[in-house]
Ligand binder design. Structure first.
Ligand SMILES: [Zn+2]
Length: 394
């Protein structure tokens, strides 16, 4: 019996005997020492040591005095559950998932890069990813296209989409429909109906991309069910979540109450501007989840990385623990694939994001060249995936 098995055996014995002499728990694979552990899934926000053995969280306690094969000094840093980004395009290329992992992203959803015609490649990237990668199949058989994949409504083929889901049940976890006029023209509602029809027999959620749609939100929202996701929630007019006076539509608040999830979805063009964010959050309409709409080029855009995107909400006054919740446990709850993720609870797979919260002057971009200056920004400072340390991006 090696030491790791010994510790595992001790943990098993603990369940039976309820009391284990300390000496038995004296060795871990990895210790993350002295960080500010923020785990909203268990309401923890305190300086703690975190011990990992066999790829799982073994202990979260003040001052764990034990040996470990490897130790990370996390003093002055934040230790959070691995970040989960529910709107990315990480599945477009093989190097995407590895790059995202270096930003602390231990789970991602590729939202519609592929449709029935090309989902096999995206599925292969997801299966080969170092972290949990999952896919929303685009209701348009082509996946995302630059010209807009839904101008011809025949591209939204329900049978083909269902075939794609059936072929890839292990990685496809929902359906995506991009509804903006430049993607779908006047086909927005019909495309959404077809997305729901494709998802229904599999009991999967639909994610819609809103903003500058032909149809108003009051026509779109009734087509959404509990657990569906609205991404690009702060897209400016026409046909966003605010009326002409900047007030939140009552139907939008009602949709949230009945379980529709509202996701930030940063992206690069359209999708959000500062005035819309400001008006919405002043009315208490914060995101349920953040997401980047990330791809391998995001480093050079206003996205930069996931920690940068979530820092935008620190600037608007969202408390740090709430910011971490949106990027971890809230995102995990949106998809059953992440059931045991988004937490540092003992026994959970050890996916950890180490972040540095720097104070200073930081400029943040919206998608209309608007800049705002914040006083804090989160930086990726280390990732652990299932107990294994990942090198930080240079
Ligand atoms: Zn996207």
């Amino acid at each position: 019996m090696n030491r790791r098995q010994f510790v595992s055996a001790a943990a098993a014995a603990a369940a039976i005997f309820a009391r284990v002499p300390n000496v038995l728990a004296a060795s871990y694979d990895l210790l993350i020492k002295g960080g500010l552990v923020i785990d909203p899934s268990v309401g923890l926000d305190a300086i703690r040591d975190l011990a990992i053995v066999g790829g799982r969280i073994a202990a979260v306690d003040p001052n764990i005095a034990a040996e470990a094969t490897e130790t990370i000094d996390a003093r002055g840093k934040i230790v959070a559950p691995g970040l989960i980004d529910i709107h990315t395009h990480a599945g477009r290329s093989e190097d995407g998932p590895k790059l995202a992992l270096q930003d602390g992203v231990t789970g991602w959803i590729d939202a519609g890069s592929g449709g029935a015609d090309n989902i096999d490649q995206v599925a292969a990237v997801a299966r080969g990813a170092p972290q949990i990668g999952r896919i929303l199949v685009n209701i348009a058989r082509t996946g995302v296209t630059a010209a807009g994949e839904l101008h011809d409504i025949n591209a939204a083929n329900v049978a083909l989409a269902q075939g794609a889901i059936a072929r890839h049940r292990d990685v496809v976890v929902g359906v995506k429909a991009r509804l903006s006029e430049n993607v779908a023209g006047a086909n927005d509602l019909e495309a959404l109906r077809r997305a729901q029809e494709a998802a229904a027999p599999f009991n999967l959620p639909v994610m819609i991309h809103i903003g500058q749609t032909v149809s108003p939100m009051r026509a779109i929202l009734p087509l959404l069910k509990r657990g569906d996701i609205v991404t690009h929630m702060y897209a400016p007019a026409p046909n966003g979540i605010l009326d002409d006076q900047g007030r939140l539509f009552a139907d939008v608040a009602a949709a949230r109450r009945r379980g529709v999830i509202f996701d930030f979805g940063n992206g690069v063009a359209d999708h959000f501007d500062w005035p819309t964010v400001e008006r919405a959050v002043k009315q208490g309409f914060w995101p349920d989840t953040f997401s980047t709409d990330w791809n391998v080029m995001s480093k050079t855009t206003g996205v930069v990385d996931f920690p940068n995107v979530i820092s935008k909400f620190l600037m608007f006054g969202m408390p740090l623990s709430q910011v971490v919740a949106c990027a971890t446990v809230n995102a995990a709850r949106a998809f059953p694939s992440f059931d045991n993720r988004g937490t540092l609870n003992v026994g959970a797979p050890a996916d950890v994001a180490i972040l540095e919260l720097r104070e200073g002057t930081f400029e943040f971009l919206d998608n209309y060249k608007g800049t705002r200056t914040g006083r804090q920004r989160l930086f990726p400072a280390g990732t652990v995936i299932e107990g294994k340390r990942v090198p930080v991006r240079a």
